[in-house]
Design a protein around this ligand. Sequence first.
Ligand code: G3P
Ligand code: CA
Length: 235
Amino acid sequence: MNNFLKIGHRGAKAHVAENTLESIQKALEIGVDMIEIDVHKCASGELWVIHDFTLDRTTNGSGEIAKRTAEELKKLRIEGQFKIPLLTEVLELIEGKCLINIELKGLNTAPPVCKLVKEKIASSKWEYADFIISSFQKNELFEVRKNDQEIPIAVLSKASVPEAIELGKRLKASAIHPSLGIITRDNTKLSQENGFKINVWTVNEREDMQRMIDFGVDGIISDYPDRLHNPVLNL
Ligand code: G3P
Ligand code: CA
């Protein structure tokens, strides 16, 4: 299938610790078209690639990221060895190799992320079409659109595709990112008829991958992006 996106979730989460440079490197070696990562802002203003609002699950630290400084976060380790990457480091690693889906997790991440994206577009190989900014938080997405008319936006949803479509229209979004649990053949078609790409998450089982491909989705976000290369898939 032309233009189908194989998207690595948090890098290649099933293979190397999520949202690390090493996990992203693994996804690049697998040969993904896009990498999905999560972003938070810390107390000193830097943007970090990490999923949770707190440090406890994935690092040897504890407490809220939003209350820690960059100096504190730099010292922490994931699985005893990996560092929490800055968004700038991730962009440097990925530049020119694949597309990126930046999920805005933390509050008030839209303005600094937009600023960084625009700086990168002005000064490097990055182009608008290389980015998709997504979020479950409407406010962050409206803030993205207020900051910039061109940055591609995706509406994340685990509740309702039709509601995501309506929100997507207001945001001039490019894509809908529904969870596997709510996607159907009909709402895939509805999204596409309304002009949105549809990239589904998190699809790890091969039979689900094939079912999504049969629905005609535009991309699959997977912890196992290697499975998207499986020749049994009828792309
Ligand atoms: O962006 C798709 C997916 O990552 C959203 O859920 O919790 O894995 O960030 P979560
Ligand atoms: Ca995510």
